[in-house]
Write a protein that binds this ligand. Structure first.
Ligand code: URA
Length: 242
C-alpha cells in the first residue's frame, strides 16, 4: 500500500505552489480534502485515494508525468536559469509542477522532440548508451553530402581529442540533408560529428527517440502529456544491430 504523505508535500509536488503558499491557502479555507475544508497543511493523506481540491480545482495525483515538447529555437534545455528562458518555463501553467527537467538536452538552436519529466529513472534509462535508445535527428548541412560521410558515421567517428563515438546510422535524404541516428548524447555530438567530416550543421531537428515520434500536430513550443504507450515506445527498438 502507498505510504501516507503530508498534504502540503503532495500538493507541492503536483503543482507549482510552494509550501508557504499552501499553508496560506489552507488557512484561508481554499484547500479541501475529500470535499471538506482542510484545517492543517501537515496532515497525512493517501495521495492515491484522497481527493484534494485547491482553489476550486481538483488535483489529480500522478506520481510522475511525461511530456512531449516540440522545442523551438532560443530556449535552454534546463529546468531554470537566471537569464535565459528554459523549456520548463514555456510549459503551459497547468502542466507545471516541481522537479520537472528535460530528459536529455537539445542545444539552444536545435528544435524538435524533447521529453520533460520528473522521473529520474526513466531519464537515466533513456539516456544510458548501453540501453541503445536511438535518437533520430534531421540535419541540414552547408554543402552536398558525399558517400564518405556515411562511411565515417557508420564506422564510428573518433574526435580529435580521442573521444570515440559509437557507430551511427546515416541516411542521405537529399543533397545536403541527412537523417542521423545515435544512441549517445555527447555534448554537441551531431554537430561535432559533421564538423569532423568538414561540414557545418545549419539546422538540427530531433524527430524520434526509440520508437517515439514527434507528434507533428504540435507546433513549435507546444507540449502535451504522453500516453502510456508512447512512454513505453521510447524503449522499443526496431533498430538492427550495427
Ligand atoms: N547533437 C547536437 O550537436 N546538438 C543537439 O542539440 C543534439 C545532438
Amino acid at each position: 500500500m502507498k505510504e501516507l504523505e503530508r498534504l502540503d508535500k503532495v500538493i507541492s509536488t503536483q503543482t507549482s505552489y510552494s509550501r508557504k503558499d499552501i499553508k496560506r491557502m489552507v488557512r484561508a479555507g481554499d484547500v479541501l480534502l475529500n470535499g471538506k475544508t482542510c484545517k492543517s497543511s501537515d496532515i497525512k493523506i493517501n495521495p492515491e485515494k484522497d481527493t484534494i481540491t485547491v482553489m476550486g480545482e481538483e488535483i489529480g495525483y500522478k506520481k510522475y508525468v511525461y511530456y512531449m515538447m516540440n522545442k523551438p529555437k532560443g530556449v535552454l534545455s534546463a529546468s531554470n536559469d537566471k537569464n535565459v528562458t528554459t523549456v520548463v518555463d514555456i510549459l503551459p501553467e497547468h502542466m507545471k509542477r516541481k522537479n520537472l527537467f528535460p530528459a536529455g538536452r537539445l542545444d539552444k538552436d536545435t528544435t524538435g522532440l524533447l521529453i520533460i519529466t520528473d522521473d529520474g529513472d526513466f531519464a537515466h534509462r533513456m539516456l544510458s548508451p548501453n540501453k541503445k535508445v536511438y535518437k533520430h535527428y534531421v540535419a541540414t548541412l552547408d554543402k552536398a553530402l558525399t558517400k564518405e560521410v556515411k562511411e565515417e558515421f557508420e564506422s564510428g567517428i573518433v574526435f580529435g581529442d580521442g573521444t570515440v563515438c559509437q557507430k551511427a546510422y546515416f541516411d542521405k535524404i537529399s543533397d545536403n540533408v541527412a537523417l542521423v541516428k545515435i544512441c549517445e548524447g555527447k555534448f554537441h555530438q551531431v554537430k561535432k560529428m559533421f564538423s569532423h567530416c568538414g561540414y557545418t550543421v545549419l539546422e538540427l531537428k530531433r524527430i524520434q527517440i526509440g520508437e517515439l515520434r514527434l507528434d507533428e500536430g504540435l507546433s513549435l513550443s507546444q507540449s502535451r502529456e504522453m500516453t502510456k504507450e508512447e512512454m513505453c515506445s521510447v524503449f522499443d527498438s526496431k533498430m538492427t544491430k550495427m
